[in-house]
Design a protein around this ligand. Structure first.
Ligand SMILES: [Zn+2]
Length: 454
């Protein structure tokens, strides 16, 4: 809207070969207020988001769709810029005139959503220590009713062509292994689920406690145990097998939420396509997720999968997550180069084409990574769901959402797109956000898409 709808859609279609928008109608996720210096110049004067008051919700919701839950979307605030505008209703006619499609991009609300969504604090997870977590519990009936009501309302109200849904989360076990975070969820709904599944919640609690104490100690540089780190961790699983069963149920509950999204959308609008966002951690470094969620699981809840395959930013991410943090927990007996070699070997990347440790943060991974991961998703989905590779464009470096501009290398960006199609992708998604993309990168992306498909 800042750039002008007609101008922006023409640019996307003509320069970047975009035929479908994936558009988020909410700002709960917290990533939509990028600072001026990280925003791409699209030929229209940029506006500084600092100090702007913008709506939290860009659609209208009906109370009738939320009868089974106390949760309510944020109310429209009259004192915001663009107040009362309905982005889907407004965009559909100009998109249709251009033969373009519209999918809702629905993020799971992140930490801080409780400030905006009424009663969201009632559905948060409960940590091992009995404190509220930051994210919703997937076993909460009220949270599930809110998700289903949101989908039903959106797809009854607006002629959307599809949705792309996905929660950027890894399991309690992954969070512990990769960062020593206190496990969750032990809320009454999760305890009931454990009981139904015949899992001993007390055993799970004891095992998670022991594992948390050990790994958090390692992160604080406590001495390595005489038996070694891996046997110490394995001992917890042998003594308390309920830890693994508890963690698996966390994944199964997540799949159930995805199936609920699919069902709500398909009932409201049978022709709509349901997509699944598989985030960077889930796809590219979390071995627990890879073990727990199979291609068949993914295909059971969607028509297409968009794996996040950001080749450049994966370099600093792997450096931070794998060769630094994981080396403080599971891999403390390995050197940094050894841990990187292990990563390449375990995930099937060619070390000849992948960067050395000292190049990792500056160079990132190569388009070969995009090819291999696309091929893996095509293989595991086995024709039951399409793959749209999520191509990383101009993703900033630095902590959080990024702090410093990192413009994509044009040649590698071009190859990442082409290699996706060579690996069997049905399409590609220009990621992460349009506002980050430079015009030059959008043109490179668009040319590669067109040439790969002629
Ligand atoms: Zn729970």
């Amino acid at each position: 809207m800042d750039e002008g709808v007609e101008y922006c859609l023409d640019l996307l279609r003509e320069q970047a070969a975009v035929n479908t928008l994936l558009l988020s109608p909410y700002r709960y996720y917290g990533a939509m207020n990028r600072p001026l210096h990280l925003m791409g110049d699209h030929g229209v004067p940029l506006r500084d988001n600092a100090g702007r008051k913008l709506p939290m919700v860009w659609v209208r919701h009906r109370d009738s769709c939320f009868q089974d839950t106390r949760l309510r979307h944020a109310q429209p605030a009259a004192d915001t810029e663009y107040a009362g505008r309905e982005v889907f209703a407004e965009l559909l006619p100009p998109l249709r005139r251009r033969g373009m499609k519209l999918h809702a991009r629905i993020y799971e609300p992140g930490a801080g959503a409780a400030k905006h969504i009424a009663n969201f604090d009632q559905v948060l997870t409960t940590t091992l220590e009995g404190k509220p977590g930051e994210k919703p519990c997937w076993n909460s009936p009220e949270y599930r009713a809110w998700v289903a009501g949101t989908m039903r309302d959106l797809f009854q109200n607006y002629e959307l062509d599809g949705v792309q849904y996905g929660a950027e989360r890894v399991s309690p076990l992954s969070q512990l292994l990769y960062g020593g975070k206190v496990p969750e969820c032990f809320c009454p709904h999760c305890l009931a689920r454990g009981r139904d599944q015949g899992i001993d919640a007390e055993q799970a609690r004891r095992g998670f406690t022991e594992l948390a104490e050990f790994l958090q100690g390692q992160l604080l540089d406590q001495p390595r145990p005489a038996d070694g780190v891996l046997p110490t961790v394995l001992r917890v699983f042998l003594k308390y097998p309920a830890v693994l069963a508890w963690d698996y149920q966390w994944h199964v509950a997540g799949e159930e939420v995805n199936q609920l999204v699919r069902d709500a959308v398909k009932i409201a609008r049978p022709g709509a396509r349901v997509g699944r966002h598989v985030d960077h951690a889930q796809g590219s470094w979390d071995i627990v997720y890879r073990a727990a969620v199979t291609g068949a699981d993914l295909a059971a809840s969607c028509d297409y999968v968009k794996p996040i395959l950001y080749h450049e930013i994966l370099g600093p991410r792997i450096k931070g997550v794998w060769t630094e943090r994981l080396r403080k927990t599971l891999l403390s007996e390995l050197s940094q180069p050894q841990s990187l070699d292990l990563y390449y070997s375990l995930f099937g990347y060619d070390p000849e084409l992948a960067p050395k440790l000292e190049e990792l943060a500056e160079l990132g991974l190569s388009p070969d990574y995009v090819y291999r991961e696309t091929k893996r998703f095509v293989t595991i989905l086995d024709g039951k769901a399409a793959v749209y590779s999520g191509i990383g464009i101009d993703i900033p470096k630095g902590s959080g959402w990024g702090t410093a501009v990192w413009r994509s290398d044009p040649e590698r960006l071009d190859r990442a797109v082409r290699r996706s199609f060579e690996a069997g992708a049905t399409g590609v998604v220009a990621c992460r956000e349009y506002e980050e993309h430079s015009l030059e990168s959008l043109r490179v992306f668009g040319r590669a898409v067109r040439e790969a498909n002629t």
